[in-house]
Design a protein around this ligand. Structure first.
Ligand SMILES: C[S@@+](CC[C@H](N)C(=O)[O-])C[C@H]1O[C@@H](n2cnc3c(N)ncnc32)[C@H](O)[C@@H]1O
Length: 282
């Protein structure tokens, strides 16, 4: 287990993932019934962008750093508002001290009646996550394998909510594990909303994964991705999401947001690409 998200926090992939996560949660909290957020691979919850790991890669500068420096067009203000509220303002010199991971984005947006179940395998990171979530009675932090925890957590008592599956993709077979987890979870709880993240690096592997999900009998599956540079080049350039049972507004919101994100986060001289398409409809 070598992956540490602290090196990557706030990068372009986090921006795409967290902006859409915030959009989904903002939509869900507009309805009064309580909901459950399950984060199977939760990470630290909050990241120190002035810390050693984030400073060493500087990846956040190509993500939240660029986004915050750009003028958000008026028609995207509402779409980005929940994410930018969770991130908070930059310092006076344009620097950032902390960046919220998915648990903190959800913690910020959710209401007193909602609940968060957060799972993390790395023993040190679990303790940091617990500390970062503070004394919040809505939050339960579980130590262990997120796929196993997901199976035990479904269906949640609230009967509505969002599951985020955001694995590190450091082991071979992660796409297969992700696909199996989605199919198993959907069978237990077909009305839940699911958001699964994947790296857009190996197009053949991504193709097998999305085809596998599309033919598994699941309905209402949206595929969203953003490529900010050459996928075959050096650092990760593509961030992908499969969203099952998304809010009905999400596809149009992604179609509005992604071209601007591509222009804002795109790497100079490298190709960009985005998509928001149904893999399976109603
Ligand atoms: C990509 S990071 C998560 C980032 C987080 N979801 C966010 O958006 O802020 C993946 C995390 O999964 C953890 N992890 C690795 N294998 C795991 C497993 N089997 N179950 C739960 N967590 C795992 C890693 O330690 C790492 O913190």
């Amino acid at each position: 287990m070598n992956y540490r998200h602290a090196f990557h926090a706030g990068n372009f992939a986090d921006v795409v993932k967290h902006a859409l996560l915030a959009r989904i949660l903002a939509y869900m909290i507009a309805k009064p019934a309580p909901l459950r957020f399950v984060d199977t691979h939760a990470g630290l919850g909050v990241y120190d962008l002035s810390g050693d790991e984030a400073s060493r890669t500087g990846e956040w500068r190509g993500g939240i750093g660029r986004l915050a420096a750009a003028a958000v067009p008026a028609d995207l203000g509402e779409i980005l508002a929940p994410y930018l509220a969770a991130v908070g303002p930059a310092g006076p010199d344009g620097s950032w001290r902390t960046y919220p991971g998915s648990p903190a984005v959800a913690q910020w947006l959710l209401r007193p009646e909602d609940r968060l179940t957060l799972c993390e395998l790395h023993p040190e990171d679990v303790e940091t996550l617990r500390a970062n979530m503070g004394r919040d009675r809505r939050v339960r932090v579980l130590a262990g394998d997120g796929y196993g925890a997901l199976n035990a957590a479904l269906p949640p008592p609230e009967r509505r909510g969002l599951v985020l599956i955001d694995p590190p993709f450091e082991k071979p077979g992660e796409f297969d594990a992700l696909q199996a987890a989605l199919v198993r979870a959907y069978r237990k709880w077909p009305t839940g909303t699911y958001m699964a993240w994947y790296p857009l690096k190996d197009r053949a592997a991504v193709g097998r994964f999305v085809n596998g999900v599309a033919v598994a009998g699941l309905r209402r599956i949206l595929q969203i991705h953003l490529l900010v540079g050459d996928p075959d080049g050096g650092p990760l350039a593509g961030s992908g999401l499969v969203v099952i049972n998304p809010p009905f507004t999400l596809k149009a919101e992604a179609e509005a947001l992604l071209p601007w994100l591509a222009a804002t986060l795109g790497r100079p001289g490298e190709p960009t690409e985005w998509t928001a398409r149904w893999l399976a409809g109603e």
